[in-house]
Each structure stands twice: as C-alpha cells, then as structure tokens.
Design a protein around this ligand. Structure first.
Ligand SMILES: Cc1ncc(COP(=O)(O)O)c(C=O)c1O
Length: 439
C-alpha cells in the first residue's frame, strides 16, 4: 500500500491550481475538501482510488454511491467494452434498455413501467410531474433535510441554515423563482402527527408526498413509512419514494423490500446505471400512461425527453451490476461488512471522549458528532459540523476518503479495508480538537 502521508507532487499541485482557475471553486458540485486534503483522482480499482501523486485511498465515496461493486469491476468493464463496439448511444429503443426496464420491474415492487432519465434529479422532477398529472393538483410535500436533486422543487429546505416553522419552505439555492415556494410544503421526517396535520389541511391541493425512505443518514423509525402510506392513501395523495440512494442497495428491491412499504411511484438512480448516467421513474402502467407520446393532443400528456435517455452503455453497466447483486449471499456479505464497520466506528466514537456516534444503515452511515439521538434534520443540525469536516480531513490524510457526512460501502471492501479504516479512524479521532470533548 502506498503511503498516504507522502506529500503532494508538483504535478498534482499544478492540476489543482488549473482546476481552481477553470472550475468554480475548483470543484464539480457543492462540496470541497479542505485544501490540505484536496487531491486529483488518477484511477480507481475495487475499493481503492489513487491520486496523481500516487497515494492510495480506501474509497467510501464510491462516486457518490453508484459503485456498489467498487471501481472498474471486471463484469461492468467487459459489458461496457462489448457494447461500445456496437455504438455508444442511439436515442432509440434498444435491447439492453428493454432488459433493464424488465429487471427494474421484477425488482421494484411498485414498478410496472419505467421512464429512463440521465440523472436522479430528472427522475424526481418527473416523478412529481406524474403525481401532479394524476391528481390534477400542484403542491407537493417534502421533508426537511431530504435531498431529491438540484431542481427547483427539490431545492427547498434540504439543508436550511435557519429553518422556518413547518410547513414553510426555505430555498436552498439562489436563482429559484419565489413562486415555487408556494407549491412546496415542508414536514419533519419521522413525525407522523405533523405530517398528518399538514396533509389534512392541504389535501385538496396536494399531489404528492415525496420522501427518501432512509433520509440521508437517518433511518425511518418503526411505523413511519407505514404511517406515510396510510395517511397519503386516506387523503388521496400519491406517495413517492426517492430510491436514488436506497434502490438496489438496502436490498435488491430497495427500501420497499427492506422496510416493507410500497409507494405509488419510485425513483431509482446511482446503482441502476452501474456508474454511468442513468436513472428512472417507475410506477404502475396507469400512472405512467401520460408519458406515452400517443397521449399528445388526446389527454394528459407528460412531455419528457432526453438525448441520452435509454443509453445502452449505461444500460449494460446497470445490467452487469444487477447480475452481480443477484448472486447468492451478496446482500448478506454487504450487510455483514457494514455492520462490522459501523460497530467498530461506533465503539471508537464513544471511546473518543468527543460527543460522537454512528448513524445510518449498514450500507450508508457515518460518525455524527453529537450525543443526542438523531431522528430528523433538526437533531442532525445540532451535531458539530466543524468536527465532522475535520474528521473527514484527518481520515483523508490517513488514506481513507469519504463524503463529509456519508460513507458508502461496496462489495469490494473486505476485512483488510475494515481493519485499516478503523485504525485510520482511531488516529483521526485522536487528532481532533479536544476543546469540544464530552463533559
Ligand atoms: C436521494 C437522492 N435523490 C436524488 C439525487 C439526485 O441524483 P443525481 O445526482 O443523479 O441528479 C440524489 C443524489 O445524490 C440523492 O441522493
């Protein structure tokens, strides 16, 4: 294993400088590592990525979740290579995408038909269009702290600095028309009584409740998803599960199988595209009918098109990934590794003298720096974000990379990765400022 503490090469420093000049903030999205931990990826293999300076990292970012088989899995590489020889994209129906649609419908309990998109953001955006079309109502309810991508309806109270009284939304981004705020209601996750009150008050104008069944790091409390199912059904409101993270991850049938609750509409992404741009809206044939171009000019017609919709490279990568996941014992292995890592990290966190605990499910989790129970966004917001960022920085310096508040697990993470991660985490926790120590 290469030494993660060795210093950044001049070639990598130069690349970081070029990135800063040409990419706003030097990055590709909303997050950025501390300068001392920043690096440029050269390649990835299995559970590891390598930077331009030749340093190796155990990777728990996993491309923000798609790579449940790790980097460059041989089955995915072979499928993509074979498909590339036959062309990379067609904008027409092709065999791999039909196979993938069928596989999604076999796996996802609420799916009878599938509309493909390139990103999870598009999938959640169009899922809301499906719900509005079916109910002929404009408003949607989402949960504070829930993330459904970057579109205007999703960017409401995902990470508000100063939350408002429910159900008022707080826009997460500049540039969103104020008019959108009138159509988005916000509720606290894991709080059925408040949801019930908001839904009852707005039932006549509410098309859908959209939820991450497992919200970022926070598991649903027993009965919460069942309660949402019951409340939405009673009020004639559609229930949308955003399974972009949970789909094919918590179980092959996603959160619907894992938690035993079936929504009206689901969005899948990440894993289903095998590391390529692909996501999908899934629902009953009846709800999906408005996507049929034959509806144009006749009845309700949802206009949805995308240059890369049904891209065959993403389809074969997704199919290869799903075939691996269907092999016997795969989910048992993933959950067992995750449970070991979670338990190990939790023990270290609790011994660290800092207010810290592990939150999540065995395939998506992290250390959160608070002693208080985490049940919703506001409890998570009370945790120490500066410590979480410092912990991430210290881990990267020790050859373990993760998002600031999320660790994803892959099938390639083995015993030696778990052991090395726990050693790095112990050292990283020791390096954190003790001024915030538990009293
Ligand atoms: C739950 C959830 N929904 C939607 C999205 C958006 O997906 P994408 O980044 O592919 O647009 C994400 C992305 O992380 C997500 O975590």
């Amino acid at each position: 294993m290469s030494d993660p503490t060795r210093s950044r090469s001049s070639e990598e420093s130069n690349l970081l400088e070029r990135a800063r000049r040409r990419l706003p903030g030097g990055v590709l999205g909303t997050s950025r590592y501390a300068d001392e931990a920043a690096f440029v990826v050269k390649h990835g293999k299995g559970s590891k990525i390598y930077d331009v300076s030749g340093r190796e990292y155990i990777d728990y970012v996993l491309a923000s979740g798609p790579l449940i088989l790790g980097h460059a899995h041989p089955a995915v590489v072979a499928a993509v290579r074979a498909q590339l020889e036959g062309g990379s994209t067609y904008f027409m129906v092709n065999e791999p995408i039909i196979d993938l649609a069928e596989e999604i419908c076999r796996a996802v309990p609420c799916a009878e038909q599938v509309r493909f998109t390139s990103t999870g953001s598009e999938a959640t955006f169009f899922s809301l269009r499906v719900a509005r079309t079916a109910r002929q109502r404009d408003k949607i309810l989402k949960f504070e702290g829930g993330y459904h991508g970057a579109h205007d309806y999703a960017m409401m109270s995902s990470s508000p600095r100063s939350p408002k009284a429910f159900p008022a939304p707080v826009p997460d981004s500049s540039g969103i028309p104020h008019a959108i705020e009138a159509d988005v209601l916000i509720a606290p996750y894991n709080d059925l009584a408040t949801v019930e009150g908001i839904v009852a008050t707005h039932a006549d104008e509410l098309a859908a409740v959209i939820v991450e069944p497992f919200q970022r790091l926070i598991p649903p409390q027993p009965g919460f998803l069942q309660g949402l199912r019951e409340i939405t059904r009673r009020h004639g409101v559609l229930l949308v599960f955003d399974e972009v993270v949970t789909g094919f991850r918590l179980a092959y049938g996603g959160a619907q199988q894992y938690y035993g609750v079936v929504p009206d509409i689901a969005c899948v992404g990440k894993i289903v595209g095998g590391g390529f741009p692909l996501a999908a809206v899934c629902a009953s044939a009846e709800l999906m009918t408005p996507f049929d171009p034959g509806q144009d000019g006749k009845g309700d017609f949802i206009s949805q098109s995308g240059t890369l919709n049904g891209n065959p490279i993403a389809a074969v990568a997704g199919l290869a990934t799903l075939a691996e996941l269907r092999k016997p014992g795969v989910y048992e292995t993933l959950h067992a590794t995750g449970r070991r890592l979670m338990a190990g990290l939790d023990a270290l966190a609790r011994r660290s003298g800092l207010p810290a605990q592990v939150v999540g499910e065995p395939l998506v989790f992290d250390i959160v720096f608070t002693d208080e129970p985490i049940t919703d966004y506001r409890s998570l917001q009370k945790s120490d974000g500066a410590l979480a960022r410092a912990f991430t920085t210290e881990l990267i310096k020790r050859g373990v990379v993760k998002n600031t508040q999320k660790m994803y697990l892959s099938l390639m993470h083995g015993e030696s990765d778990v052991a090395a991660t726990l050693t790095a985490a112990e050292d990283a926790l020791k390096a954190l400022p003790k001024s915030r120590a538990r009293r």
